[in-house]
Write a protein that binds this ligand. Sequence first.
Ligand code: TMP
Ligand code: MG
Length: 288
Amino acid sequence: MLKIPELSNPSVCMRDPQRVQDILQSMVKAGSNTVQVISDFDMTLTRFAHNGKRCPTCHNILDDSKLISSDCRQKLKELLNTYYPIEIDSSRSVEEKLPLMVEWWTKAHEILVEQKIRKDLLAGVVRESDAMLREGYQLLFDHLHEHSIPLLIFSAGIGDILEEVIRQAGVFHPNVKVFSNYMDFDESGVLKAFKGELIHIYNKREGALLNTGHFQELRTRPNVLLLGDSLGDLTMADGVQDMENILKIGFLNDKVEDRKQSYLDSYDIVLIKDETLEVPNAILLYLT
Ligand code: TMP
Ligand code: MG
């Protein structure tokens, strides 16, 4: 691993370093014009915690905002306290968790829709929130833009919110495309529903297959760098046809000891409690 010293950082764990090396070498050989990046958003591009305090997900940005009533905030917090421990519970199977995750998203969206949230107030709410992209985000987004490498952000969060986060950070470049849950507003700009098929943490594969048109446009980019923080993120690249190489980088933020083995089994590189994008950036610099 001499070529990428960051792979020796203390946060880095790999089941098979030789395999990582081989994938990277194949990608370098194929050239950066064959590479695309597919990334999750919450807790992957954004920080999990800062100064010991949890950072918000897209949903939490709304939960913590003045756009919703205190009663609604209370209900959303109860949902979070019920379902987040299930999301990260390594003793339950995906089959067991899936219907519960659908339940979480469905209930949360129903509650949000009751709040008559106004589209024109979203930017202010994001500006006042504690949302934080991971350290090194500027380099990641700018470097991908400079090298015309497409970045697909594939999120079970809320598209309108996540777009605002990256717009306000000044990195919503034209090479960025987003698949997420988008809000549907009525003619007076009040939230009336969420658009299209729900994306939750365990149906990203179906989401990818519904958007095959996007991957069709990128069919000359069969080398994928995938970034995620949940095991559900592993299927985000399933819409890529004729994939040649995929390097999967997983952020393990919480319940580290319980989940480490399963992350090592499914991600090529596991970044443990690493709040930075140092390793993905080093890999991108190596590839370009
Ligand atoms: P991601 O796919 O961009 O990571 O977004 C999914 C995250 O959103 C997941 O970790 C759970 C979180 N979430 C909340 O924080 N509050 C909610 O109400 C819901 C439905 C999800
Ligand atoms: Mg996530």
